[in-house]
Design a protein around this ligand. Sequence first.
Ligand SMILES: Nc1ncnc2c1ncn2[C@@H]1O[C@H](COP(=O)(O)OP(=O)(O)OP(=O)(O)O)[C@@H](O)[C@H]1O
Ligand SMILES: [Mg+2]
Length: 325
Amino acid sequence: MRLPLPAVPSTGCSDMSTASITVHSLTKSYGDLTALDSFDLAVEQGSIFGLLGPNGAGKTTLIRILTTLMRQSGGDASIEGLDTRHAGRAIRSMIGVVSQENSLDRYLTARENLELHARLHGMERRVYAPRIDELLALMGLSGRQKDFPDTFSGGMQRRLVIARALVHQPVVLFLDEPTTGLDPQSRRAVWEYIRSLAGSMTIFLTTHYLEEAEQLCDRIAIMDHGRLIAIGSTQELKDRLSGATVYEIEFTGEGADRYAGILGAMPCVLDIKRVDNKITVTLECWECLSEIVTALGGAPIRRISLQERTLEDVFISLTGEKVRE
Ligand SMILES: Nc1ncnc2c1ncn2[C@@H]1O[C@H](COP(=O)(O)OP(=O)(O)OP(=O)(O)O)[C@@H](O)[C@H]1O
Ligand SMILES: [Mg+2]
């Protein structure tokens, strides 16, 4: 089922003077493939911003451009007012990056990985040593700091990469699927830490865990095929679907089948599903409920309940159910 699409989104930052990240008409092509297509975005300073999209939507491509690892084919992007094409060095000094694939140095211990990063950022030992102690403790890695990353589980490596991105206290932190591969405990610990950073830096993250986006992000953008298709707070995104309302009707006995036929023929019913003695109807709008109640007059009903929209409903309705190649 596809629900009505929202209007074309605005960029999502009301006051551009407080934008930490701005993207205007950004385009990136790999040969014939357009991975980013006239992408516009503004991310407010100090906010936690989530970028969602199916596999291949263009999320990592956008992060690579914003972190100056790759050049765009067209359009502009800036971090804290600095153009990604001309101020690569300055931008790299003020950002932290957790890339999608782990990029630890396997010939250095966990602690040496963090120390190397600190030194590359020009930090002095007296500054970075306590900071590294703190980050290792926070990520639950103090006891393994002398071990090599190859001896770590995937989740531990991920936590080390996150610690490394934070050593030099970045102004903007990019996290490309930060919690992929983490167990629920580690994921929650990382969420808590990200939440504790809110306000002190701008955080831009991508994730396929919609609960993660919902729990953490002030604003969320959904992209597909290189284009921005929706932007807003979780509630705003859910509200865009609120034109359509879903109710579950549970029958006490027989009758679900007969009433599924009756309701299914009504013009205000966009979609209908029956499982055993339950019918789920998607109505054009909540005002249609009274028509439904009238049609159900005398039916043996145990309960009618409103099904709350989830961020996943929004995501699927905007990007479709088809699995990406
Ligand atoms: N270096 C490259 N050369 C050619 N095509 C590429 C390259 N990097 C990415 N692409 C293509 O660009 C598109 C966007 O890829 P990208 O990695 O940005 O997606 P993504 O949204 O991060 O996906 P995922 O959720 O799987 O990480 C895909 O079709 C991908 O195959
Ligand atoms: Mg990616």
